[in-house]
Write a protein that binds this ligand. Sequence first.
Ligand code: C2E
Ligand code: CA
Ligand code: CA
Ligand code: CA
Length: 277
Amino acid sequence: AKAEGRNRFHFFLPAMQQEAQTKMILTNDLRLAAHRGELSVHYQPILDLEDGRLEKVEALLRWSHPGRGEVGPQVFIPLAEASGLIHEIGNWLSFQVISHIAQWQKRFGQIIQVSVNRSPIQFDQGDALWLKQLAGLGLPGNCITVEITEGMLLKKSERIQQSFLDYRNHGIEVSIDDFGTGFSALSYLKQFDIDYLKIDRSFISEITVDESDKALTEAIIVMAHKLGIKTIAEGVETRAQHDMLRLFGCDYAQGFWYSRPVPASAFETILGRTQTE
Ligand code: C2E
Ligand code: CA
Ligand code: CA
Ligand code: CA
């Protein structure tokens, strides 16, 4: 058994070293990515299920690596978090998003509310920078929704409490991302002023075939509404899912059925089309 253990050790070490090395190289590349124009923001529409209107959108980061092609956020966000680069990238993203909102307002006469994902680590830096940019352009706070995951609300950190107060004072809205997949301690829902629950894709994907997913989704919507919270369904891929969510009174929906995340220019085309309808 001892020999076997040693073999396993020998077997895994090079692979681990290689993975660590790849991570290091990628992190170094990421450091330069923003300056080199390799990062971009894609936008995925969020539809109002009641009237079909498009007034919300989620901002999602994309990295086009010169040698590796598209590197997914699932890969590079963790690297950005571990290296602290998330602060710089997050600031860059906020700047892009806020400029886009201002441009769209000018061009389409409409304020689009953009959801921005925020890592727990980003709360260390506070929100002063982007709040100032928002105010500088004369934009209302509610054109930004901050998406966070439920885990961080259980940590009872003072910084997060402070951020929530800042958000409330500025009219920024808050959304709980991937709802139902995390720690499921619902107590935070009464401690924090939450505006939206995003029902995770893992519930939605089987909603029309799995009775438990159907029941849970319906229950989450009823509970949220009783607490004065709106619901957004994630990962809607079929008409049947869309119909069922409407029937359940879900407020908003997002997913490939409506649109994949698209570059800003393509999102503008979508906006232009909905304007003339
Ligand atoms: P998320 O916040 O849950 O974002 C939703 C993900 O689901 C996106 O993946 C989106 O492309 C994908 N998606 C949307 N509709 C559908 C659908 O109908 N079917 C399927 N199968 N997938 C759908 P993406 O863009 O690869 O992002 C993955 C994750 O990376 C995000 O999950 C988020 O946690 C993180 N991420 C992306 N951009 C940022 C960012 O700017 N900051 C931070 N902190 N995290 C980000
Ligand atoms: Ca999200
Ligand atoms: Ca999500
Ligand atoms: Ca509220």
